[in-house]
Design a protein around this ligand. Sequence first.
Ligand code: ZN
Length: 256
Amino acid sequence: MSLADETKPTTTPTQQLADLIRASSCTVALTGAGISVPSGIPDFRSPGTGLWTKVDPMEVAHIDSFHRSPRRFWQYYRRRFDTLADKEPNAAHRALAELEARGLLEAVITQNIDLLHRKAGSKRVVEVHGSIATSSCTTCGARYPLAEMEALFDEGVALCAGCEGSVKPDVVLFGELLPESAIAEAQTLCECAELLVCIGSSLEVYPVAGLPELTLGARGRLAIVTQSSTPYDRGATVVLRGDVVDELEAVIAALG
Ligand code: ZN
C-alpha cells in the first residue's frame, strides 16, 4: 500500500452506499414499516403505538377473524383505511422515486400496504402484502377502489354492490399466503439485483426475510438502512443505522 492510499480519507457509509448505487447496473429497494413511520404510520410491532394498543392486530386482522366476525374485523379495518388514506409520503419515499427517475433504481419491493411509494411517484412497486388501493368481493370477485368502500357498508360490514357477498381488502391478512405473482416478481428482482438496499425492515418475517438471501446467493450485495439490527447485518456490504429520512437524503446528496 502506498503512502497516498494510507492518507486517503476514509469513506463514510453514506458515500459508500452512493458509490455502490452508482456502480450497480441493477439496484432494487426492499422496504418495510420503518420507511413509513416518519409519515405517521406506526409499526404495529412497536408496542404501545396508537391504533394498535387496543386490539391485537394478529388476532383481529386475521383471515379467520374476517370470516368468523366480519363486523369486528371491519370495525378495526375501516379505521385503518381512514388512518392510512390521508397519509403523505416522506422524503425517504421521495428519494427512492428520484433514484428510479434517474435510472438508478429498478424497482421497490415493499411490505407496506399504505400506497406511499406510489404517491411519492415510484413507478415499479411490488407490493408483496397487497395494498389498501382496492378491495374485492369474495364471492363474485368484483373489485372496489378505496374511494368507493364507504358506500358498501351495511350495518358495519362491507357488502358487494352486485351480489351482496362479503368484500375483503386486497391486503394479505394474517394467516393468508402472499400473492404468488408479487412474491415471484420480488424473487426474480432479488436474484437479478447487483445491489439490494433494505430499508426500514427488520427482515424477520418470511417469506420476505428470505429475499436478501437470494441476492447474496447470486453474488449480489446488500445494503441495510434500518435503525434496529437485522439477521443480515453481517452479510451486508454497508449498514446505515440512522433515521431513514436523514440517511436517504444524505445518499441522494452524495450522489450529486
Ligand atoms: Zn360480489
